[in-house]
Design a protein around this ligand. Structure first.
Ligand code: BV8
Ligand code: ZN
Length: 247
């Protein structure tokens, strides 16, 4: 499979990679819906929603602080690093991530669309103005916005919230123009992100899925690679580099 996919990639100009929590699993970051998933201990509806924040801001901040501490201790894994190398092998490359863990940035990938925001950023719940990203938030004394007095919240997209329109529109546009589209480590359940692989496929892209299990888009994929992204992607990039070198 690696040789076949690398051969197709060698003839592609525009490559798009969509990632989900699975790409960070090998860094030690729990996924959302896997057996050891984050949500397992907590229910998404309880925490990653505006209602949860308005009714119990302290518990939402406790959860985000717990995740921030966890993410401060982890490193990008070979899957993240392979994507950074992949970017250098294409003239036109876009990484679209659902993850808020910032690991793709730490891994050096440049052209990133963060669909769901970034867990290290803060903003005002009322006026959306950004707030000092370095601020340590004490759940029992949540700071207020100096402009309007609103409570400070994590700058991520919660369920029921709109994504940043410029970001999601860029993701749609790139997916429609992709020659090859990778869906890596995502359960392909959360919308609108989950609509990107079908859009790419419908627009003529080769669709490659890398996941340790089946997902609702596996039937659509030209290649369904059953395996860990941290193991498969480095092998794929090595094969592509060989082909690029022999061109
Ligand atoms: C919106 C940020 C509305 C916060 C997150 C019914 C049908 C369709 C849609 C909906 C519906 N009901 C409600 C909706 C809308 C809803 C939605 O899609 N719900 C789903 C659950 C059905 N979507 C929204 O609310 C979005 N907003 O629609 O706006 C609107 C419209 C008009 C006007 C106003 C409003 C907002 C969605 C964003 C929510 N925020 N996160 C935070 O992180 O704290 S979503 C959350 O899920 C994360 O961002 C995460 O990235 C994302 C997706 O999960 P995955 O990344 O896929 O992670 P998961 O654990 O699920 O899967 C991991 C995968 O990796 C697995 O497949 C596993 O097998 C694999 N894996 C594991 N290890 C590895 C691996 N693969 C490879 N290698 C490994 N080593
Ligand atoms: Zn404000």
């Amino acid at each position: 499979m690696v040789e076949e996919i690398a051969a197709i990639m060698a003839n592609c100009g525009r490559c798009i990679v969509l990632t989900g929590a699975g790409i960070s699993a090998e860094s030690g970051v729990p996924t959302f819906r896997g057996k050891d998933g984050l949500w397992g201990k907590f229910r998404a509806e309880e925490l990653a929603t505006m209602d949860a924040f308005l009714s119990n801001p302290a518990i939402v901040w406790e959860w985000y602080n717990w995740r921030r501490e966890l993410m401060a201790k982890v490193e990008p894994n070979p899957g993240h690093l392979a994507i950074t190398e992949m970017e250098s092998l294409f003239d036109d490359f876009t990484l679209v991530t659902q993850n808020v863990d910032n690991l793709h940035r730490v891994a050096g990938t440049r052209n990133i669309l963060e669909l769901h925001g970034n867990i290290h950023h803060n903003k005002c719940v009322e006026c959306n103005r950004s707030h000092d990203p370095k601020a340590q938030i004490d759940p029992d004394e949540i700071p207020c916005c100096e402009h309007c007095g609103g409570k400070i919240r994590p700058d991520v997209v919660w369920y029921g919230e709109m994504l940043d329109s410029a970001i999601i529109n860029a993701a749609f546009q790139q997916s429609e123009r992709a020659d090859i589209f990778f869906s890596v480590g995502t359960s392909a359940i959360v919308h609108p992100a989950a609509s990107l692989p079908p859009i790419a496929k419908r627009s003529g892209a080769t669709l490659v899925e890398v996941n340790v299990e089946e997902t609702p888009i596996s039937f659509l994929a030209d290649f369904h690679v059953r395996g860990k992204s941290g193991e498969f992607l480095p092998r794929l990039v090595e094969e592509l580099k060989k082909r690029r070198a022999s061109e």
